[in-house]
Design a protein around this ligand. Structure first.
Ligand SMILES: [Zn+2]
Ligand SMILES: [Zn+2]
Length: 148
């Protein structure tokens, strides 16, 4: 069988034909089998593309996972509730302290003012004895006790 130099063996049909070399696998194909070879490669590409899209779908499901979003919402809710509780407790503490100042400490101040008047009077009149001094001392100690 005479072969012209511009014709080569097709790797598929093993006939000497006008061929084209595939740059990817370096095989020589006749034009019919080159078309088939390209078709095979297209099928492989489709397969890879499908896997690629399937993986993207799975990834998107992870990103949009409703359980994770629900959990994030739970954390948000928990944060709000905790902040509210802390604010409520802080307000209660402030009110208690204000009440304590208003009721107890102001009353002590009033009593101390009375004693100051009494003390000034005694000094002014120069009218006192040990009993008065003792009484003043005891009253002052009592106010100190109340403050603590
Ligand atoms: Zn062929
Ligand atoms: Zn090839």
């Amino acid at each position: 069988m005479a072969t012209s130099t511009n014709k080569l063996l097709c790797v598929k049909c093993e006939k000497v034909r006008a061929t084209s070399k595939c740059a990817g696998c370096s095989h020589d194909y006749c034009y019919d089998h080159l078309r088939d070879h390209r078709q095979e490669l297209n099928i492989q590409l489709d397969y890879i593309e499908n896997n690629h899209n399937h993986f993207r779908q799975i990834l998107n499901e992870y990103i949009n996972n409703s359980e994770i979003h629900a959990f994030i919402q739970q954390v948000d809710q928990w944060e709000k509730e905790l902040i509210n509780k802390i604010q409520q407790k802080a307000n209660e503490c402030r009110e208690l302290l204000k009440k304590h100042i208003n009721e107890n400490i102001h009353q002590i101040e009033i009593n101390l003012n009375k004693q100051t008047d009494q003390l000034r009077n005694i000094v002014k009149e120069n009218d006192f004895n040990e009993i008065d001094l003792n009484e003043l001392n005891e009253k002052l100690k009592e106010l100190e006790r109340q403050l603590h």
